[in-house]
Design a protein around this ligand. Structure first.
Ligand code: SF4
Length: 755
């Protein structure tokens, strides 16, 4: 078999790959019809193999089409077999987990001459995804007549599936929420259903597996448990790694709202009327203090002073002492330690004790001023006020609990670089060189044709970084600076879509001084970027219409021009289009402007405002002229290959809203460290999102179409060039006439190639 050199002309095979692995890749042609071994896939696999062999850490950006899943699976399996250890893969989306398990893993095993019995893999999910038989039977005693039929389906489903899981269950989310496993309500070994419990049966299979596949949220929970939640694994591939730091950080944010407070007062063996009263009172006081409509939120910078808090805390402590007393009585009933631990009452008392301690700790901390690397906010919901508290960023946590605890870590994605470097992603992972003294072994850009590695502390001199250092060229953006300071009484008030409720006032930003980051040293981190093998100039058009005005100047005119451009593109392509927005408000406004046109032209229109993402994509695939109006979940992880998707329209550069409390806190933290947050946080984040969004269009060698970005700032602002340099090298056009002729050529050349 011959190895196909990539079209970019970069040299191949810089990373030597053992002949056995190369042979395994070559043998894929026996199992995949039309398979062509590419040097970029081999290079990717070689880098993964190096990392695993030398117990290091690798950041690897691999453009769409390289074949990265097989590229890491084959070396990972070989490593696990060689060292007789368990390994793991973490992904952002369930789609990718299923693709790995059902498509790529069987191929990788065949390539290595292994059977699925010799190398076992399991998808691990969070506890609430598994059926709790005890809760199911308890619910069966009180099921209302209108739910009886659905409940029957659940019983049948369980009888046919020993590991009954939410993803396959034929029941509504409402019913599942009452029968899924709740760790706070699980009796473990004491449970009469323990031997048949889906969760514990699944855990047994995890223990037997050589490869565990999970999502980033479960990985975060495993890290939080200090490695106790899942069976031990020695090396991990974090795929779709562009979002892992954010997912881990957000999963560490604690919520205390009406649901948690009700649970605190109303469940558990010890019922204390004093606590019940105190909970009702504190819920009312929170509503009175914050007065937030559902979806609106407000930052809590200063210690929260509630007049009823001391009474509430007193009731919690009193209940806690009642729980302790009851535990002592329970202990006296048993002689052996094992019996004590297996007492159902003791377990329930322990759960109640944990809940009370958590609540006391939460309210203790929220009554103090916001501390270093902490952020708190209140958010309105239909039932009252939710309070949130969590870290601003989790870099050191990720470095210590994940990267330093693994023998080898590979973090890969089609989008990791923002501009010329990996700095943004490294910052989120706690691998930022100048903060932590992390060493970088950076394989140079493939365009330079060299094979050099630079080893040692990363140079801060811009001349050492291809394209220069973003910080050094940071321009000043007054319109964004203004947006950062929209506080009201020291509280940034906005809804979750970033719509301000009232004009802001200067902030009462607390001046807690410069943050001190952990000075821990991390092992050398290697970086590698491999461009996509697709022929973007001949497969895709990048349309940046010159006629679009700045959305910040007149939103109404901006929306009207956007609607006109979308209408023109739908006419040109005959539908087959994703129109992606950064907010619900914007989606609704532009959809409303197009409503008449869409009705007259008979395009099947799918809006994410009307259905969840899963159903929306299924509907889209039914008709090649469909038009999908989508939000954040469609900017990444959605795969429609072939001619069904002919254009992707991105409305506005997806800057994070600075009044998201977490984003706002990060911006403040960057400023305190003398950085320009727009350049270190907001622009890199927007670039990653744009790269992901634009990446929806070309998923295969024969795909073609238009990527349109309806935001003039990409042409008029200095940072626009950094964004453009990060996007796939599609053919740029800026007028409708150019677009029409380029689109016609695209299909003519495709027709020629097809014949
Ligand atoms: S062991 Fe726990 S999850 Fe399983 S059936 Fe019993 S209570 Fe439910």
């Amino acid at each position: 078999m011959t190895v196909i050199p990539d079209k970019s002309g970069s040299d191949s095979g810089r990373t030597a790959i053992p002949s056995a692995l190369k042979q395994a890749f070559s043998s894929l042609s026996e199992h995949i019809s039309g398979f062509q071994l590419r040097d970029k896939q081999l290079e990717f696999a070689g880098a993964c193999n190096d990392t695993l062999t030398h117990s290091s850490t690798l950041l690897i950006e691999a453009g769409t089409g390289i074949g990265k899943t097989l590229g890491y699976l084959i070396p990972l399996i070989a490593y696990a077999r060689r060292n007789q250890v368990r390994v793991a893969i973490s992904t952002e989306t369930r789609n990718l987990q299923h693709q790995i398990l059902q498509k790529d893993l069987p191929l990788a095993l065949k390539a290595l001459g292994l059977t699925s019995e010799e190398f076992r893999a399991e998808v691990c999910m969070g506890a609430s995804n598994y059926l709790c038989i005890r809760r199911m039977h308890r619910l069966g005693k009180e099921i209302p007549p209108d739910r009886a039929e659905e409940f029957e389906k659940l019983l049948t489903f369980h009888s046919e599936n020993s590991i009954a899981m939410r993803t396959e269950a034929p029941v509504s989310p409402q019913l599942w929420s009452r029968v899924g496993r709740d760790p706070e309500d699980c009796l473990g070994r004491k449970c009469m259903y323990y031997d048949h419990s889906p969760y514990f049966l699944a855990r047994e299979r995890w223990r037997q597996a050589h490869l565990l596949i999970m999502n980033h949220s479960l990985l975060a929970a495993h890290m939080e448990s200090k490695g106790q939640l899942l069976p031990e694994f020695h090396a991990i591939v974090v795929d779709e790694a562009h979002g892992v730091a954010e997912t881990i950080n957000r999963s560490r944010v604690m919520r205390m709202g009406p649901a948690e407070l009700d649970l605190l007062a109303r469940s558990g063996l010890i019922q204390n009327p004093e606590l019940l009263q105190a909970v009702d009172a504190i819920k009312k006081e929170l509503q009175h203090v914050f007065r937030l409509e559902p979806g609106y939120r407000v930052r809590i910078r200063k210690g929260l002073k509630l007049s009823l808090l001391s009474g509430f805390m007193e009731a919690c402590r009193h209940t806690l002492s009642m729980v302790d007393e009851r535990m002592e009585q329970e202990e006296d009933l048993f002689s052996g330690d094992e019996d004590k631990m297996q007492s159902e009452n003791m377990l329930e008392l322990q759960f109640q004790k944990n809940r009370l301690n958590d609540a006391i700790q939460f309210f203790d901390s929220i009554s103090l001023d916001e501390g270093e690397n902490h952020v708190r906010w209140a958010e309105g919901n239909k039932a009252g006020i939710d309070l949130f508290a969590g870290p601003v960023q989790s870099g050191p946590f990720i470095r210590e609990r994940l990267i330093q605890s693994m023998d080898a870590t590979i973090l890969c994605s089609a989008t990791l670089k923002t501009g010329p470097d990996f700095n943004f992603i490294r910052q989120g992972l706690g691998l930022e060189p100048e903060r932590n003294g992390a060493r970088t072994e950076s394989r140079k850009s493939h365009d330079d044709g060299s094979n050099e590695k630079s080893v040692g502390p990363r140079a801060s001199n811009a001349s050492d970084v291809p394209g220069g250092n973003l910080n050094e060229e940071a321009p000043y953006y007054p319109e964004l600076e203004d947006a950062f300071s929209t506080d009201f009484d020291g509280l940034a008030r906005s809804d979750v879509n970033g719509n301000h409720e009232a004009p802001g006032h200067p902030s009462d930003q607390d001046a807690s001084g410069t943050k001190q980051e952990s000075a821990a040293t991390v092992p050398a981190v290697q970086e590698l970027s491999l461009p996509s093998p697709f022929d973007y100039p001949n497969q895709a058009i990048l349309y940046l219409p010159a006629s679009i005005p700045d959305p910040a100047q007149n939103e109404q005119i901006y929306n009207e021009r956007c609607a006109a451009e979308i209408q023109h593109m739908l006419g040109l392509t005959g539908g087959g289009c994703f129109v992606l927005f950064t907010s619900r408000k914007s989606l609704k406004q532009i959809h409303d402007l197009l409503r008449n046109y869409l009705e007259e032209s008979d395009f099947p229109v799918i809006s994410q405002l009307d259905m969840d993402a899963g159903r929306a994509i299924r509907e889209f695939r039914k008709d090649p002229s469909s038009v999908l109006f989508g939000l954040a979940s469609f900017w990444q992880g959605v795969d429609v290959s072939g001619d069904d998707l002919r254009s992707v329209i991105l409305c506005r550069i997806p800057f994070q809203v600075p009044d998201d409390p977490l984003v706002e806190a990060r911006i403040e933290s960057e400023k305190q460290q003398g950085r320009t947050p727009f350049m270190t946080i907001q622009l890199p984040h927007a670039i990653l999102r744009l790269k992901q969004g634009a990446g929806r269009l070309i998923r295969g060698e024969r795909d073609r179409g238009i990527i349109a970005i309806l935001d003039p700032r990409i042409r008029t602002r200095r940072y626009g060039k950094t964004i453009l340099d990060s996007l796939p090298p599609a053919r740029p056009v800026s007028s409708r006439r150019e677009l029409e002729s380029a689109y016609a050529e695209l299909w003519e050349s495709a027709g020629t190639a097809d014949t």
